[in-house]
Design a protein around this ligand. Structure first.
Ligand code: NDP
Length: 446
């Protein structure tokens, strides 16, 4: 790492003890932007990098609620408003027992550059709670969401901070959160949250956007190498929102997804995942993947507590959680003939894993670029809410595809400009950083 950046990184470690995921996310960006400082000394002079590593505001709050047994439960809520140079803070809410400040900060930090890369007017933020919706009744989830919003509402707004979903926060949770916001404020402020249902101000393609966008991004990477998804064997991790719509689009593009996973293991289905059955088990019934294998009969088998990355494939689409592809997993994938990786999840590949992929010449699409379709379509939802309009599915999907193609092109062009052809990690980090840095310079000392 560039000497000046190394000392900034040491300071980040010292000021944010124990937040290992946040350290990892900062390190990855700082390792990429060294060459930018040579061309733009004004960034260092104005301490843009030190400023970008420090959130503008961090909110931590108590979330008391009552479960179905009448017991009071206490969770912790977070919202990190990281950077508003480009627009209102924008980023999802994650409800998962592993959530603590370090996770929210890593996600918020990544979001700044991802949102910059979309070219849309959105800043970076993220939030969530250590609440686990798994196994909770609808009534319990509603009770939790109402309590969470009873504190959060005072910090958010169409022009201030616009949350959305992430792990554990889908259409059901967004509905309860928006309902409570509306009730407290007495305002039908549709643009305060995205990922809304189509019945109350949501946008076509938002549900599908992250997965579809990631498949479009990988299709662009394959096209740049003279190939496509057609006939390719693909493995997708996770079986939530991002995974399901990644599978759907890949199948439409001619690929065959032979495996997907959840936190209990993976399912191998050599004939290709039966999407209707997967949606029924995971979305409608909120069930486990083992049930998918049982119902699919002889075609599929469930493998408990093993990594899905042991399944041979040509394209890997990590779409579950952070650090799910280790250096060893990456080496296995490369040995098995993997030629492209698209990160649907945020930071799913460890630094060792990324190195293995880049050294092997695998087309590696980092999350900041490859999964930016979700937040980009959220920005389109805000645009439709502001103009009281709603676009068709076809038009919205075309916009998404254009945005992903544009991001892909800019990553490649920036990587070329800085002498690292084909390196999408460098391209995404540098392009996203430059956009935010230029806006911060123009706005003065913010
Ligand atoms: P969901 O909650 O819909 O699905 C998450 C999936 O990942 C589930 O299958 C879950 O399994 C699995 N998973 C979650 N945590 C773990 C873990 N610790 N170990 C193993 N498996 C795990 O979330 P999303 O699909 O929305 O999000 C997935 C990833 O995509 C996240 O990294 C998120 O940040 C990222 N992302 C999401 C966007 C969106 O629009 N939703 C936008 C951009 C990125 P189980 O059900 O067993 O817990």
């Amino acid at each position: 790492m560039h000497e000046k950046l190394s000392s900034i990184y040491d300071n980040v470690l010292r000021r944010n003890p124990g937040e290992i995921e946040f350290h990892q996310a900062v390190r990855e960006v700082l390792e990429s932007i060294g060459p930018v400082l040579g061309k733009h000394p004004e960034y260092a002079e104005s301490k843009i990098i030190e400023r970008v590593c420090e959130p503008e505001r961090q909110i931590i709050f108590r979330v008391p609620w009552v479960d179905d047994q009448g017991q009071v439960q206490i969770n912790r809520g977070f919202r990190v408003e990281f950077n508003s140079a480009l627009g209102p803070y924008k980023g999802g809410l994650r409800f998962h027992p592993s959530v603590y400040l370090g996770i929210v900060k890593f996600l918020g930090f990544e979001q700044i550059f991802k949102n910059g890369l979309t070219g849309l007017p959105i800043g970076g933020g993220k939030g969530g709670s250590d609440f686990d919706p798994k196994g909770r009744s609808d009534r319990e989830v509603m009770s939790f969401c109402q309590s969470f919003m009873t504190e959060l509402y005072r910090h958010i707004g169409e022009y201030t901070d616009v949350p959305a979903g992430d792990i554990g926060v889908g259409g059901r949770e967004i509905g309860y959160l928006f309902g409570q916001y509306k009730r407290i404020t007495n305002r039908y402020e549709s643009g305060v949250i995205t990922g809304k249902g189509l019945a109350y101000g949501g946008a076509q393609v938002r549900t599908e956007a992250t997965g579809y966008g990631c498949a479009f991004f990988v299709e662009e990477m394959l096209k740049a190498r003279g190939t496509s998804f057609d006939g390719k064997r693909v493995v997708v991790s996770g079986s939530g929102n991002v995974a399901i719509y990644t599978i759907e689009k890949i199948e439409q593009l001619g690929g065959t997804v032979v495996a997907c996973s959840d936190s209990s293991g993976y399912v191998l289905d050599e004939k290709g995942i039966d999407l209707a059955l997967l949606k029924q088990v995971k979305q409608d019934e909120r069930g486990r993947l083992a049930t998918y294998a049982e119902r699919r009969g002889g075609h599929a088998s469930f493998v408990a507590e093993r990594s899905v990355w042991e399944v041979p494939c040509q394209v890997a689409m990590p779409s579950a959680t952070q650090n799910e592809i280790t250096g060893r997993d990456a080496a296995t994938l490369v040995e098995n003939g993997c030629v492209a990786v698209g990160e649907g999840a945020n930071m799913p590949t460890t630094p060792e894993g990324i190195k293995v992929f880049l050294d092997a010449g695998v087309a590696f699409g980092p999350g900041k670029a490859a999964n930016a379709g979700g937040v980009a379509t959220s920005a389109l939802e805000m645009q439709q809410n502001a103009s009281r309009d709603s676009w068709t599915f076809e038009f919205s999907e075309r916009r998404l595809q254009d945005i992903m193609s544009d991001i892909h092109g800019r990553c490649l062009q920036t990587a070329d400009e800085y002498g690292m052809p084909g390196n999408y990690v460098a391209g995404a980090n540098i392009d996203g950083f430059r956009r935010v840095a230029d806006a911060m310079l123009a706005l003065g000392l913010i």
